[in-house]
Design a protein around this ligand. Structure first.
Ligand SMILES: [Zn+2]
Length: 285
């Protein structure tokens, strides 16, 4: 039963941004809580690759990380696995092929120690485009305890423009560089007018990152600047799977719904933001 409503219609949520940080998961509890909520689907990102020592309880091999996220989503139709890849690893293009063949719906990348356009990473993104899988990038300030935010500025992602067929999203509206993120979106929109599918396509993931004080204005600028964003916005919570709190996510959604109501967005657009666009982004029917 849905508990969230907008303009008299119930809102279903597909959360595009959920992490895992350990092997253990009590899926029964998660299913029980979610059945009673408006959160109907979750993208589950695998444990972080070895270039990140934080955000996990112990080291995991790439094989183990892939295997785990597939197993965590197995037999749970509401969970959809995404493989977090270090695109600079020598065998990264091969990892893309293996993960796609094994059944992930897409990929996750955080540029922690390289620019988005690193030549090693570009080869990996090209392989993602070849296997028709999208990639969600962290963007904006990166809380990894290191000097790394410069790798995550939205304008650095212009380097992905020439990758034909690549679909990617920038998470967190790139906070604090939300205006830059919106401008880069406009640039991609214009590029596609000239080059069509011969260049990459950009989405924006509105997963917080934006502190509450900034959120309304960031969303307002994103939707009202004049770019055709309605088919290209994803919603996520940045939660962790094993302690997923559907009620807290609903509360977060209701805050955004109030902002969207103030902007007078129609239900049709709101429905795309909360579930339709992420299905298109990852090719989920
Ligand atoms: Zn995240």
């Amino acid at each position: 039963m849905s508990t969230l409503h907008y303009q008299g219609q119930s809102v279903a949520v597909f959360d595009c941004h959920v992490h895992t940080d350990k092997a253990a998961l009590d899926s029964g509890e998660l299913c029980r809580r979610s059945r009673e909520s408006s959160v109907k689907n979750l993208i589950v990102m695998s444990i972080a690759p070895s270039c990140f020592s934080i955000w996990k309880d112990r080291p995991y091999s790439n094989e183990e990380r892939l295997e785990l996220v597939l197993r965590q989503c197995e037999d749970m139709p509401m969970l959809h696995p995404v493989y977090w890849i270090d695109p600079t690893e020598e065998d990264a293009p091969r990892q893309v092929e293996l993960a796609a063949a094994a059944g992930v719906v897409g990929f996750k990348v955080i540029c922690g120690n390289h620019y988005p356009g690193d030549p090693r990473a570009m080869k990996t993104y090209e392989r993602m485009a070849q296997v028709h899988k999208s990639v969600l990038f962290h963007s904006g300030i990166l809380w990894d305890g290191k000097s790394s935010s410069r790798y995550n500025r939205p304008s650095e992602f212009e380097d992905l423009l020439p990758i034909a067929g690549l679909t990617f999203a920038l998470a967190h509206i790139s906070w604090p560089w939300t205006d830059e993120c919106i401008a880069v979106f406009g640039k991609y929109e214009d590029a596609r007018r000239h080059y069509g599918d011969a260049c990459a396509r950009m989405y924006v993931d509105i997963t917080p990152g934006t502190p509450p004080l900034y959120r309304k204005e960031a969303l307002y600028r994103l939707f009202k600047t004049g770019y055709q964003v309605e088919d290209s916005i994803l919603f996520g919570s940045d939660s962790f799977l094993d302690r997923y709190d559907a009620a807290a996510v609903e509360k977060q959604v209701s805050v955004d719904l109030a902002h969207f109501a103030d902007m007078e967005l129609p239900f049709r657009v709101v429905d795309k933001v909360f579930q339709g666009n992420v299905k298109n982004f990852y090719g989920i029917r």
